[in-house]
Structures are given as structure tokens and as C-alpha cells.
Design a protein around this ligand. Sequence first.
Ligand code: ATP
Length: 324
Amino acid sequence: IKRIGVFTSGGDAPGMNACIRAVVRTAIYEGKKVSGILHGYQGMIDKNIIDMNSRSVSNILQLGGTILKTARCLDFRSPEGRQKAYHNIKAEGIDALVAIGGDGTFTGAEVFSREFDIPVVGIPGTIDNDLYGSDFTLGYDTANNTVIDAIDKIRDTAASHDRLFFIEVMGRDSGCIALNCGIAGGAEAILLPEKETGIDELIAKLENAAKDKKTSTIVIVAEGDKNGGAYNVAKRVQEKFDFYDAKVTILGHLQRGGSPSSFDRVLASRLGFAAVKNLLRGETRIMVGLRGNEIVTTPLEEALRSKEFKLAEDMIEMTNVLAI
Ligand code: ATP
């Protein structure tokens, strides 16, 4: 391996910059050259590639977003698109890749690596925390802190007005943020994509809370909840239950931004460092991740079994107990 290409792809996540920095500096320390591929797979197809050195990643450790930009690239899904991408990166002398992204990014990386026999290591960068093979993904901790900060603020106003708030958080398929932040923010109920909660069941919980004279009630709704999002849930609840004045807040993209937490900066640095070390050791089609306090590797194929990712049952049970 002479030149490593690094890119970020799919949804951005806080900590991606700290990770790029770690990849670039580790590779240079090891005597390799580094190219930054802009806008994920789109940059391979458009030949939007820059040379990087240690100074290109100065002063970015603390920044949210990604200096390499990110994109969703339709062309890369076709063999013709990938052929063009390979032609372009080869012309740049790139002979190994570090891919920072989520499950879609890894699906693309896996296919590409097999088709053109190019070594690739994946780094889990997504606020969703939905990859098998790492306890945490980059950006998840920062996103949780952002959401909890928002819940605390909403709690202040909810308690002052005796209000019921529905707060929608990110997670189309994964309820990790909803569950974690629901617990950390003392939510009275949490609606998850992984677990169906009927409106009647939810109303029963809210009635109990009202009977017990709670001054505020917060329901966290993951965007992928089967009832169709916070506005729909609020509407259907209000049709049957009008004890409280109900309000809806959708946190949206603010959950993706912000300076990474110290946890995410350290995780990003460890994973970036490990990705390059593994590439140079001859490993390929793996994802680096954190299990316990150890850096581990998982074949990309296995990491993609995100659909089998399970939320901790004890946490789900606990939310009901602690909300009484
Ligand atoms: P997030 O979890 O934050 O959404 P992601 O990496 O899963 O991040 P996607 O948009 O699903 O985001 O995937 C990123 C890119 O990976 C896609 O835009 C596409 O270019 C590429 N990709 C995804 N699936 C495939 C596939 N089956 N074949 C080739 N490329 C793919």
C-alpha cells in the first residue's frame, strides 16, 4: 500500500473530522501518502480528490460535520458507476480505502472491494448506533448529549405549563437515541421503531401519569415509530385524551451537528488509528469498532447485520418502572 484514500459517506456525524485527522496522521506517520475523496462515492466518480498532509487536518478535531463533505450517490449503486470510480482512484494512485459511514457506505465498500480487489477498512460513523460489531458509532454520544439538552429545556417549559410534549428524535430504523435519551431525560413513554406501542397503550400510561398529578409529561417518539411520527401520535392521543395541552417538537437535523463530545473525539481517534494499522497489516473488508474498552474488527458482511441489532430489553422494561 502506497496511497490511502479516505472519505466520509452517508449521513454526517460529529467526530468524523477527528477521525479523518487520525487516519491522515497515522498513515503519514507510517510513511504512506493520503488522498481525501470529497463527497463520498460521488467524489470517486467525479474525480474530486485532494492530496492531504498532516497540516490539512490541523484544527479540525473539535469541529462537527466533515471537511471532506458527504453525499448519497446513486451512480455508485451501478457497476458502470463503480467502474468509473475505480478508474479514477487508480489514476490517482490510491490503492487502499478507509470508508467512514453507516450501513449503506459499508454495503458499497464491500461490493467495490470485491469487484476490484482493493483493500478497504470501514469506520462506523453514524449517529444511529445501528452497526453490529461496535458498542458505539461515531457521533452517537454527541447526538445523545444534544437531545438530552433539548429535553431538559423542554421539560422546564412543560412543567411550568402542565403540558404534554411529544419530542421526535432521529432513528428511522434504530431506537437507540430514543431509548437512551428517553431514559436520560426521564421520559414518561418512549416509542421505538423496534417495538410497536399502540395509541391505547400510550394513553393508559398518560392517564396514570395524570392521575398521579405529574406536572409535565414527555413522550419521546423515534422518527421510525410505526404510528407515523410525533405529529400523528399527538393528534391521535389528543382525540381521545384532553387532560393536558399537548405540544410537539421535532428536533430534526440539529441532532447531527455540533462539536463532538470528548467521548466521540477519543473514539474517532482510536478508530482512525486502528483502521490504518489494520489496513497496513493486510486486513481488508473489515470494520473497526469498540467492544468494552477494546478495539475489535468485524467482517463488513457481519457488521451489516444491523437489522439484527437488538435494544437492551432491561432498558425498555426500566423505562416503564422509572416513569411511575
Ligand atoms: P446513515 O446510516 O447515516 O444513513 P449510510 O452510510 O447508511 O449512513 P446511505 O445513504 O445508506 O448512508 O449510503 C451511503 C452511500 O453508499 C450511498 O449513497 C451509495 O452511494 C452507497 N451505497 C449504499 N448501498 C449501496 C449498494 N447496495 N451498492 C453500492 N453502493 C451503495
